[in-house]
Design a protein around this ligand. Structure first.
Ligand SMILES: Cc1ncc(COP(=O)(O)O)c(C=O)c1O
Length: 403
């Protein structure tokens, strides 16, 4: 709708680039939750993708100590050396590839800023950027904001949402510059298998693409080992991959706003240049807390993942007990992406009905891309008890639709 007498949807002073960007559909559900709760309604919180745990105490203590020591001035643009070294050590452990933190790591105010700065540094206006559909919508919007063209590659629940290299290759043109991979995925929780990553790596190398590998959920992994496979560990990929990662999920630090990139020295130099003009640097004292997060005993992460594992079982068993719902086994993150096509309604309508009539806050799959239509994303980042109560409520609601 026009505002301020302008034909532009964002108002007459808005830059043209805003026309390709929508407000967050996830935030819209969140606002609805607040509205219902203010009216005294009980709501099941499956809408937001952030852990419900507190940040571990030792991370807070290290941050407070740094603040009290007077670590209150600008940090280096790319992050304090101790944190860059800790990021490098963690990346080496997770991928088996040697990393020089002083030359290859940059600290950001969240993974989101890491994606924005990497896009500003590496994507020209008109460049095409490949990404899975469905996918976390910020990729589509950030690429549009920097003038790039998002090109979506459909994936299917029947294939465990694997990103098929042949489908990717079909969409490559002389303008294709970057391939974005998010594994484990949001909204699907799907983990790209090593064979999938190897095939994607062959395509990236053949067509000289840069890969943005979003590994923010890599440690919230239910498969074999502590961490999901990374394309960075495939020969030929460290020189063309930008790892996007952060503290929000693994250490329950989403409000701290802290993330990073790891990439080759050449890519890092470009990202660093763009980064100097975004938030300049991250709050100095919280970077000291982040060093403690990466360097101390990782029991807090293991404990959180085992809690998520219990909730995942409740969610999957609950969904599979509802007639007409199917759900692929998510191997990571804290999302289930349930197929509700059999109810014969657009998933946005179903999601609106669930929240309005039954106080169940799920997100329609359609906001994650065309292939998300017919699915609902549920984030099990609420208590085990709430997951169980929610599943009972969801069964009653969906069963009533069949009558
Ligand atoms: C795939 C993915 N990448 C990045 C982010 C953003 O993380 P941060 O809080 O570090 O900006 C999210 C948050 O939901 C996400 O799902």
């Amino acid at each position: 709708m026009a505002t301020n007498g302008s034909a532009k949807p964002d108002g007459r002073y808005a830059a043209d680039r805003l026309a390709k960007v929508q407000l967050s559909g996830i935030r819209r559900v969140n606002d609805k939750v607040h509205e219902l709760e203010a009216a005294g309604r009980d709501v099941i919180h499956w809408q937001i993708g952030r852990p419900d745990f507190d940040t571990p105490e030792h991370i807070k203590d290290a941050t407070i100590a740094a603040l009290k020591r007077g670590e209150v001035h600008y940090a280096p643009n790319n992050g304090i050396p101790a944190l860059r070294k800790a990021i490098a050590a963690r990346t080496e452990l997770d991928t088996g590839v040697p990393v020089d933190g002083m030359k290859q790591a940059v600290v950001f105010a969240g993974a989101n800023e890491a994606i924005m700065a990497s896009a500003l540094a590496l994507i020209n206006p008109g460049d095409e950027v490949l990404m899975a559909d469905p996918n976390w919508p910020n990729y589509r919007h950030i690429i549009s904001l920097v003038g790039g063209v998002p090109v979506e590659v459909p994936t299917r629940g029947e294939d465990d949402f694997q990103l098929d290299a042949a489908e990717v290759e079909k969409r490559i043109t002389p303008k294709t510059r970057v391939l974005c991979i998010t594994s484990p995925g949001n909204p699907t929780g799907a983990v790209q298998k090593r064979e999938t990553l190897e095939a994607l790596a062959r395509v990236a190398i053949k067509h000289d693409l840069v890969v943005f590998s979003d590994e923010i959920y890599a440690r919230i992994f239910y498969g074999d080992g502590r961490v999901s496979p990374s394309i960075y560990s495939i020969p030929g990929m460290p020189e063309r991959t930008v790892i996007i990662n952060g503290f929000s999920k693994t250490y329950s630090m989403d409000g701290w706003r802290l993330g990073w990139t790891v990439a080759s020295e050449e890519l890092t130099k470009a990202i660093y240049k763009a980064r100097q003009y975004t938030t300049v640097c991250v709050n100095t004292f919280i970077q000291h807390g982040a060093v403690a997060a990466l360097s101390a005993d990782q029991k807090c992460v293991d404990d959180m993942v085992s809690e998520f594992r219990k909730r995942r079982t409740i969610m999957l068993e609950g969904l599979r007990a509802i007639e007409g719902v199917t759900v692929p086994d998510p191997q990571g993150a804290f999302y289930v992406f349930a197929n509700v096509k059999s109810f014969g309604k657009p998933s946005s309508e179903l999601a609106d009905w669930l929240i309005e009539e039954h106080g169940i806050a799920a997100v329609t799959g359609s906001i994650f891309g065309t292939s998300g239509e017919g699915y609902l994303r549920m984030a099990y980042s609420c208590s085990t008890d709430e997951c169980a109560r929610g599943m009972a409520r969801l069964k009653t609601a969906l069963d009533s639709l069949r009558k």
